[in-house]
Design a protein around this ligand. Sequence first.
Ligand SMILES: [Zn+2]
Length: 248
Amino acid sequence: MENIDKFAQMVKESKNIVFFGGAGVSTESGLKDYRSEDGIYNTVKEFGVPPEVILSHDFMFNNQDTFYRFYTDYFLKVSANPNDAHKILAKMEEMGKLNAVITQNIDGLHQAGGSKNVLELHGTINEYFCVNCGKAFTKKEVAQMDSKPHICDKCGGFVRPKVTMYGEMLDSNVEYNAVKAIQNADMLIVGGTSLAVYPAAGYLNYFNGKYIVLINKQQTDFDHKADIVFHESIGKVLNEMINHLNIQ
Ligand SMILES: [Zn+2]
C-alpha cells in the first residue's frame, strides 16, 4: 500500500497521538449504520420516520413507545466484536504512542478492544439512567426490565440511554477533554468519518501538531488538510502500518 512506510515513520516519531473516529470504524465490525442510506430507508419503512427524528430529544419524550422499539433494535440487541482497528488502537495506547481515542460512535467497541482513554462524544449505548431521579442502569439491567418502555424501579421515571440525542448538548466534560487532547497531540489520525457530523470538523482546527493522517473509504472535504490520505478500510490500513512499524 502506497505511503504505508511514511505513515509508520510518522507514528514512530510521534509520542502523543490522538485518534478521532466515526461510523466507519464500527461498520467494519458488522454494525449497522442507521445514518447510511440503507439505515435511513429501513428506519422510515419500519418506524415511519428517519433515525435523526427518532433520536431527537423531543421525539424521545413524546413518542416513548416508538423510541423504545427503535433503541431495542439498534442499541440493546447490538452484539458486535472489536475489529482490527479497535485492537490496533488499543495496542498503540499500550505502546505509549496513543494518548486518546475520540469517537463519535456509541457502541463501546473501543473499550471492548482494550482502549483505556476513550472519549465518547455522543455518549454510549451501554449506560442508561432515569430522567427523573438519575438512577443509573447498565445495558443488561435495562434489557431485563419488564416495563416497555423502561420505567425506573425507584421512582417510576422514564429510563433513557446515555446517548446524546439530536437537539441535546454534548457532555461538556467530554468535549473539554477531547479538545485538550487534540491541542496537546503531536499527531492526529482521523478514521472512518466524513467529518460531516457536528462537531467533528471544528475539532480539527484545534490541532497544532505535526502530522495528520486521514483514513476514510470516501473522499472528504478535509483530504487537503492531511499529510497522508488513505481511501481504504481503516482496519486494513492500521494493520499494515503496525506491521511496518514492528519490522522497522
Ligand atoms: Zn427514577
